[in-house]
Design a binder for this molecule. Sequence first.
Ligand SMILES: [Zn+2]
Length: 280
Amino acid sequence: MPEVEILVRHLRPLLRGKTIRRVSVRRERATRPTPPREFEKALAGSKFKGLTRRGKYLLFELLGARRRSEPAVLTMLGHLGMTGRMFVALKKEKLLPHAAVVFNLGDRNFIYEDQRYLGRMTLDLSPLNELGPEPSDFSPETFAAALKQSRQAIKIKLLDQSLIAGVGNIYASEALFRARLSPRLAADELTPAQSKTLLRAIGDVLNDAIKFGSTVGLKTMSGKSGGLFYFDDGGEGYYEERLRVYDREGKPCLRCGTRIERITQGARSTYFCPHCQRVR
Ligand SMILES: [Zn+2]
């Protein structure tokens, strides 16, 4: 989620007020389930109005060009998947081989590029219906009540986007470390005080990542790439010093010196300190 929030803040001023002259879908899968031709037709001539984030999705708000007298508001949903990037580039620049959707904005292109095509740019908004609240929209009471509904391990539950939106694998481990909670604890076993501490830890972890990432996570390339703005998620590099437990297997806990352990939960790695995060 922090990566997406940073991208949203970066793109918002670059896109606001820009009219899409032409849309070119270069990879059929990129707009699924919206048919590519329908996608191109609906968006050509529309103007970028707003950009927000919900969970890991980017929500582009556009004023449609269909009927001039009553402009229709369109919402386009973007998702980066694992390898997606979205950036604005000068039109004269050569398109990258994995450019999936290209929005012609005049002298610039807004480009969604994806090497593995797990992300998308679509008019289908149904994924939003399955999202739980944002961490900042939970009260400690509603969060505690939501956790009471599940016996799954808390670490696995935090990745459930229908419970809470936008907490990824790295941040789930980090939040549990900060809250000193075992990742194996069943969600319904958390006391009200523990779930309150955890909710605060989630907020802190995400806010730190946004704050830190927003200063260094964006790269502006110039020179030979000629003004290509892009978002570099550089997961390993940028957040590394900020991460207290993730990817630190065998290294000493920053709090107590015990070796950090790695376990697999729901096919994802979890890192934790067996001393600070004992099951109590
Ligand atoms: Zn420790």
